[in-house]
Design a protein around this ligand. Structure first.
Ligand code: CAA
Length: 445
């Protein structure tokens, strides 16, 4: 079966979740482009967007409409060529509207899992729960024709384990997108030992057509991305606990978050990133890794305690950020959670107390957005980190220690043979987490 035929009938499970909705968007755009190619006349492209929540599916369709419209506006010139035979489409607006209609017509939102049984490709993006994934794969596999290919967006569960437990006979591949899938360039590809070579080849082609950067990861719990992120997050949590003894918990969280965002020039501080991914999702991933990597102690009592209080982070259906370690107003951090008081300490008060303690970042400092857009980024970073290495402020010392640990984690992933090369670790952080530089660098020794 060729590439287009395989993509003619697709289902995405967990379609209305934050990863699922991005996967539906990207897949629907690719399917629409195939359907508009005269070479595929006669094929009827259908994408079942399967989710347990019909309300969330309503939100998915709104998200898709807005995003497809943006995509159409960006490629209006190409679309004019695609629709050149349609004499009824003259104005740009008509062409754009037609494309949006064509993409959305492919997507069929449904709460019925049975819709997936006649799909040739099933993309799973449900919760990070091994038993749930195995149950869904097993149900579709036994009711379907027996030659369905399965992709999983699992961010930590070994693919060979899911393949064996669901009895898929090598028809499963790990295809791990990063949040938000529409923005992050990375797709981590994880074949199990038994994954069919033609399925692995299809996934490479699919990722390439989506214009993603592909990094292969070995089939080890957490893969490269979470292998790094989870250890980085645990380090951030440990640093905060250490600083809390001297400054108190809210000050410590503020300081570590500020150092990891500003001093290290990252898009988000580590606590904001944990909130963005979701404390409960991080706990799920850590649980999967901890069970499968004995002796690594990948867990956090602080995370457990906050989750027990209902502090979860993650996003609302409209994409806005829920409170977690930090409180958010208009998407920006506005407070830090104080577990003793059960309330958020205002960020302005924390800044007034903690910023002088940390000291100013190096003079060359620029925000992350300016750095990623800098045509001379590498020269800029050389100069910035030279200054950071020579600085004696508490902020600079914390940043250096953090950068060293981040590098050590990256090198460990190569030593442990999760990543084949140092470059792969760096590419994952650059393209999956939008970092301005890779963790394995000459800035920290
Ligand atoms: N869907 C589509 N587009 C989105 C989007 C979404 N859900 N969220 C943001 N965007 C777009 C915005 O529309 C905007 O587009 P334009 O530039 O064309 O206007 C662009 O992304 C930038 O967004 P903002 O201007 O709102 O905000 P920002 O500049 O701060 O960037 C961010 C937001 C891209 C999320 C950036 O902060 C970032 O990359 N943060 C790090 C996120 C990260 O580390 N992700 C990986 C998490 S780990 C993971 O996913 C794996 C796992 O298994 C846990």
């Amino acid at each position: 079966m060729d590439y287009a035929k395989r993509l003619e009938r697709v289902s995405v499970l967990g379609a209305a979740g934050k990863m699922g909705s991005g996967i539906v968007l990207l897949t629907a755009l690719e399917m629409a482009d195939l359907s508009l190619d005269p070479a595929h006349r006669g094929l009827e492209f259908v994408l079942n967007a399967v989710d347990v929540s019909s309300k969330a599916l309503g939100g998915l369709m709104k998200y898709l409409h807005a995003q497809v419209l943006r995509a159409a506006e960006k490629k209006a010139v190409t679309l004019r060529k695609v629709y050149e035979k349609r004499e009824d489409l003259v104005e740009n607006e008509e062409i754009i509207r037609q494309y949006v209609d064509d993409v959305l017509a492919i997507v069929r939102p449904t709460t019925r899992l049975e819709s997936a049984t006649d799909s040739r490709l099933v993309f799973e993006a449900v919760n990070e729960d091994p038993a749930l994934k195995v149950k869904l794969f097993g149900a579709i596999n036994t009711q379907g024709p027996g030659d369905t290919w399965f992709l999983t967006n699992t961010s930590s569960i070994p693919i060979h384990e899911l393949n064996e437990k669901a009895g898929l006979g090598g028809r499963l591949m790990g295809v791990h997108f990063y949040n938000p899938p529409a923005v992050q360039k990375l797709v981590e590809l994880i074949p199990a030992d038994t994954t069919l070579p033609e399925l692995a080849e299809f996934c490479r082609e699919f990722a390439k057509k989506l214009r993603k950067t592909v990094v292969p990861s070995h089939d080890v719990a957490g893969f490269i991305g979470n292998g790094h992120f989870m250890r980085d997050a645990l380090h951030g949590l440990a640093e905060a606990e250490r600083l809390a003894k001297e400054y108190g918990f809210t000050d410590a969280v503020y300081m570590v978050n500020k150092v990891t965002q500003d001093f290290l020039i990252r898009p988000m501080g580590i606590f904001q990133l944990i909130d963005y991914v979701g404390l409960d999702v991080c706990r799920f991933i850590l649980g999967v890794m901890n069970d499968r990597l004995p002796g690594r102690h990948l867990h956090s009592p602080r995370l457990e305690a906050l989750i027990a209080k209902g502090i979860l982070g993650g996003q609302f259906a409209d994409g806005s950020q829920k409170d977690g370690f930090l409180k958010y107003e208009k998407g920006r951090p506005a407070g830090v959670y104080d577990p003793d008081k059960g309330a958020y300490a205002p960020i302005a008060e924390l800044a007034a107390r903690c910023d002088p303690r940390l000291g100013a970042p190096p003079k060359a400092w620029k925000p992350w957005k300016a750095v990623i857009g800098d045509a001379q980024r590498s020269e800029y970073l050389d100069g910035y980190f030279r200054e950071l290495r020579g600085a004696a402020t508490t902020g600079a010392k914390l940043a250096r220690a953090y950068g060293r640990r981040s590098k050590e984690i990256g090198l460990g992933l190569v030593t442990d043979k999760v990543a084949a090369r140092e470059d792969d670790v760096n590419t994952v952080l650059l393209t999956g987490f939008y970092h301005a530089y890779g963790p394995i660098n000459a800035y920290f020794d």
